[in-house]
Design a protein around this ligand. Structure first.
Ligand SMILES: [Zn+2]
Length: 301
């Protein structure tokens, strides 16, 4: 979706509402009260009515827009800007582009879109060969310490990074390389083994093979997947066995630094959701916009 196509497809509020309605119907409307999935559309009210219990569902209810009074057109523009640029966009720049008077409103809208992206990716688990490692992301400066004191004063978040990675062999040269598919990143609560085990259980199918280094917090991972292969951490491991997780970690860090500067700890997961969502759909091109609309049109009850 480029800006000209956007203006053509979504010239006003009604065109956005109609589009959103179609996407919700394609996903299926489920009654919050009785879980019935057959509904009538009340044209004048812009609401669905349950066939069984007559309970009404508004266009926004159940979705991430539920408590928002902002026009659909503003949400649509925001999603368009977020998906149009590969590099991403800061809340301040978004506020400027949208011409909206309040920074915090725009900031919150972007975070809601990021959480919809995260919920969408949570529907899938990684499978097959999965590389696993941890990345350390700066989440702020420790209170009371001077930033100049160097690395000691920075607070770091520990993030589990997982990447589906398949080994392929060149038929002619016999050279082996690893090809990547889907990625996931999870902010860990602490450095304990239990925290990483939970991340593995939540994000990787049991019938998988995990590749990792020999960190002591990984000793029990074979309980959570079929096979766990550990290799001593050295330069070779970094470029071969754990190639894609390391590429993803350094790209995510550069992306965060470039646009979002200092990310507060509790929002880090949301930023990583956006990063992974886009990375996992890197070949979608102009279709990405439509996919994000589908993610926001989903009701979570
Ligand atoms: Zn009902």
């Amino acid at each position: 979706m480029n800006i000209l196509k956007f203006i053509e497809n979504f010239p006003d509020e009604t065109s956005c509402r109609q589009h959103f309605k179609n996407k919700r119907e394609a996903e299926g409307i489920k009654c919050k009260k009785c879980e019935c999935t057959t509904h009538y559309w009340l044209k004048n009210k812009w609401q669905w009515q349950c066939k069984d219990c007559k309970f009404r569902t508004t266009l926004r209810s159940g979705t991430i827009m539920e408590n928002s009074n902002l026009p659909f057109l503003l949400w649509y523009k925001c999603i368009a800007f977020m998906t149009m640029s590969k590099k991403g966009i800061s809340a301040l720049e978004m506020q400027r582009q949208l011409g909206h008077k309040r920074y915090d409103t725009v900031w919150l809208m972007m975070h809601k879109i990021r959480s919809a992206m995260g919920l969408r990716d949570d529907l899938y688990k990684l499978e097959g060969m999965v590389e696993l490692d941890e990345g350390y992301f700066t989440k702020g400066i420790r209170k009371g310490s001077k930033p100049k004191r160097g690395r000691g004063s920075q607070v770091k978040s520990n993030v589990a990074v997982m990447a589906e990675s398949t080994e392929i062999e060149d038929v002619e040269t016999g050279e082996k390389s690893r090809q990547c598919r889907y990625f996931k990143m999870r902010v860990l609560e602490n450095h304990m083994a239990g925290s990483i085990e939970q991340a593995v259980e939540d994000n990787i199918e049991f019938e998988s093979i995990i590749l990792s280094d020999k960190s002591t917090s990984y000793v029990n991972l074979s309980d959570y997947v079929e096979v766990h292969i550990q290799q001593k951490s050295d330069k070779q491991t970094t470029v071969e066995l754990l190639k894609w997780v390391h590429v993803a970690i350094s790209n995510a860090k550069r992306w965060l630094l470039g646009i979002h500067h200092m990310v507060k700890g509790k929002y880090l997961q949301n930023y990583l959701n956006e990063f992974c969502y886009k990375l996992n759909r890197r070949y979608f091109g102009p279709k990405l916009f439509d996919r994000v609309i589908i993610a926001t049109a989903k009701s979570y009850w």
